[in-house]
Every structure is written in structure tokens, then in C-alpha cells.
Write a protein that binds this ligand. Sequence first.
Ligand code: ADP
Ligand code: MG
Length: 513
Amino acid sequence: MSASLTCSEPAVRRTGFHMGGPWEIIAHGPPARVRRAIDAALHEINRIESLLSRFRGDSEISRINHGIGPREMPVDPEVGRVIAKALRYAERTGGAFDPTAGALSRLWGFGPDGPRSAPPNAEEIGAALGRVGYRHLLVDEEGSRLTIGRHGIELDLGAMGKGYAVDRAVAVLKLHGIERGWVSCGSSGYGLGAPMGQAGWRIAIRDPRRPDRLIETVQICDQAVSTSGAYEQFFVYNGKQHGHICDPRTGYPAAGPASVTVIAATATQADILSTAACVMGVEEGLGFLQSESGVEACFAEEHRGDISIQITPGWSEASQSGFGRRRFLAGMLAALGLLVLKPFPAGGAVYMTAEEALRQILPEGREFIRETVTLTNEQKAWISELLGKQIKETAYTFYRGTGSDPAVTIGHAVVLNVIGKERPITFMIGISPQARIIGLEVLVYRESQGSEIRSKRFMKQFIGKTVEAPLKLGRDIDGISGATLSSRSTAYAVKKALALTQVVYGISEENDS
Ligand code: ADP
Ligand code: MG
């Protein structure tokens, strides 16, 4: 999961690996303060990990799990309060979410023992089920004493711990005076306030089956979002996929939807509910989540490779509408190579949706007609000649912007992925009917460094360029030091966009009036 980042206020973005997964923190504000705040937030995340992780032998949870028999013991009060919260949700979800599912997740190969190559047998599953049950756990009022009433209970806060760490990190950012920020552990995130001048943080939800596509974008402000699904961690045995979310009621991996995304007031709640909804399945899950106040959800189901979506009634308010949701999504799917729910590529950022870029590049556009064009061999040859380089891809996504008269084309835009140093950069390039560059935006930047190419000063140099006018980095265009390869990729993207549009739409400079 990642937020788009368009800001008119300094912002710092930091990524790292904590609690077994990738994290991302963005904070707006004076750089020195922001850096201090992010350092403190990361410190807090590590502190939570050292309390709650089952994968760390010295954590408070591991200490609790060390015992076997029924017992009463003192616990760290913060951990006690987290367990108390878990128990309330276990009750509310009828045990679909169960913090005592540790024996099951371990048995299925998702615990500290590591993965297994074949599923357990029915006898083993029955035995593990006998060691599960939130009703056998009790925390006192202050959260400082824990009573475990059943032999072999193993606590597992894996379905909520990262969400809790997100909430704690946000609290720390706030303590440092940060009012706008985004904290994400990959599967759960919280949008603090909104980037300056925007209504919220835009979060893209990845297609659970095709990680290069997205299924939804939502906008959140002082809210959290979390996605769960069996697609992130699983093993395949005899052609069957076994996911890391267990159904504590049957002892088997949840057979629920491909993914569930939940918006809620806190990341802890969103994290818990997205896992619970995976266990419940679409029908029960939708009904349950509708009854939770302030919660919206999106279920993605797969039927023979196609993803269909079911949402709670209030979901569409959070999801990006206005462009006509379906069409907008159809455009985005093709336009944005990657999108992000879970692991974010190191150093990458999604800066803009296709819709936003079109509004920047063709502000007078009334309608944008999306066209996927497959080049003929002649077209390919012609473009290669214009570029002085063979092109490989044959299918391209264009948008044609029309004015108040739908028959009049006011400009074209093409979405191109051009390799930078290691990863493709996704550009949208706008071209006038007279075959000149009118605008240029970076939609997705995946490289670890060089994103300075987004600077106005650099991008402006391309405006008005044509395919005939030479476009040489260092001669016609000044590169950005420190972003040499990305500068070069931008120059190539511009040239390619000009050649493509010219050939596909039969426009040329001679039309200039
Ligand atoms: P992610 O870690 O990708 O965000 P989840 O939040 O859905 O995924 O948590 C999944 C983890 O929660 C599992 O790896 C396991 O440790 C634990 N778990 C699995 N099933 C349940 C369940 N029904 N209730 C509570 N915890 C569970
Ligand atoms: Mg969860």
C-alpha cells in the first residue's frame, strides 16, 4: 500500500524493513522536525515489535507463550491492553479473529517454526484446534495480569500487531507536531490529515492476483486502511493454495475472498477487521462490517482469473469517483504499471493517477477517451526509424482529450514505461494536435534515486519540443545532476511519445498554424 505524494510543503519519505515487512513513512513539515519525528516513530515501531513479535524469542508475547499449562501471570500492561482489545474483537467477530490462533498458524507453517511442504493431517489439525480459543484467555482491568485457562494456548497477534504499530507510530509523529503524514507497514496504513491542498491521502489497492494491477484507489484523511488476503503468504500443495489466514472455527486456511480491504478509524481496527473478514467470507463479512460504525470495506473475489469487487454502501465515497469510477479504473489499470498494496518497491513512489496527470496536462479537456493501440509492423518500422532505435512493445495506451465539441481533439496523452537505471519509470506525456510536447508528468517512480526529474525546472525544458527538433541531453536539454539516468530516460520517453503519437494519429508539425 502506498500513498501518492504531491506536496507543496516539504515532505520526507523514509522506507525500511520492520516486523517482517516493508514500511513507509511520509511526514510533512520543517525538515529538521520531520526527521526527528520519523526517527522517533521508527524507534516506536521497533519497540512494539520487541513486545509483540512471536518471531522474537525475547518478546513479551514469546515470554507468555513460553509456558504451557493453565496459569495466571503478570504481563506488561501495554501488552495486556492490546490483548484485551484483541479479545473484544474476537468476541465481536464470533471468533473469526482469534488471538489464540497461534497453534494453528504454526501448524500450517506460518509460525516461528517456518514453512512446511505439505499440509498437516486431520489428526494434527484436531490437536491444534484443541489449543485454540479466546474464551480461555482473560486479562484484568489494568491489563497487568493474564489468565490462561487452557493447556497449550499460543498467542499470535500477527493479524493486528502491525496495525497497532502503525497507530503508535502516528501517535509519535503527532507528539512531534506533525499534522500531515502517512505511515504504512505494507498491509495497513494510516493517513494523518491530508497533503496540503488535498482532501486526503490516495491509496492504491493492488489486484490480489496480478500485482502489476490495481483494483481501487481510495482517499483517506485521519483514517486507516488495511488489506488482508491469502495471496501474500501461502504455500501450494497438489495445486491447492494454502494461505496464512486460518479459520479458527475449522482449523483450515480461510477459503475466503482473494482480498479484503477495510477502512476504519485506527489501523489496529482495520488490521483486525480485514483479517476477520477474510475468515468470514464475502456474505457474512459484508453484513458484519456494515454493522461496524465508521467502517467501509471492499471485497475482491476471483472467478476464473477475473476479479470482481463487492463493497459496503459507503465505500464509494472513499473511493476515487468523479471520473466515472469504472472508466477511470479501466484507464488506471492500463496506465499504472505497478500498484501497490503490499510491498512497495524500494525507494519507489506513486506520484499521480492517470486522471490527475490528464487534468494537469490537458486542463481544458472535457472528456478523455482512452485508446489502447496495437501497432502494425509498418507503424513499428516507421517509429523505429524516427527514433533511430528498434522498439519492442506493440501495445500502447493513449488518451485523446476532447473540447466542448466532442469531435474536436485538443490534445493527446500517452502513458509510457521507460527503464531508468533498474526499474521502469511511468510517464504520461501530453502532445498537441500540432505534434508538440504540452506537458509531462511522472506517474510512478520506482528507482531508488533520481526522482528530482519531477522538478518543474527540468520538466519545463521539454515543452514545445517536436520529433524533428533534436532532443539531446546535455545539448538541448540540461539533465539533473544526481539523476543522470532518469534524465536520459525522460528525454527518451519524450522522443518516443512524439514518434508514437505522430505515427498513430497521423499528426505532424506541418499542421502548425
Ligand atoms: P498481514 O500480516 O499480511 O497484514 P493479516 O493481518 O491478515 O496479514 O494477519 C495474518 C496473520 O495473523 C497470520 O500470519 C497469523 O499469524 C495470524 N492469524 C491467522 N489467522 C488468524 C485468525 N483467524 N485470527 C487471528 N490471527 C490470525
Ligand atoms: Mg490483519
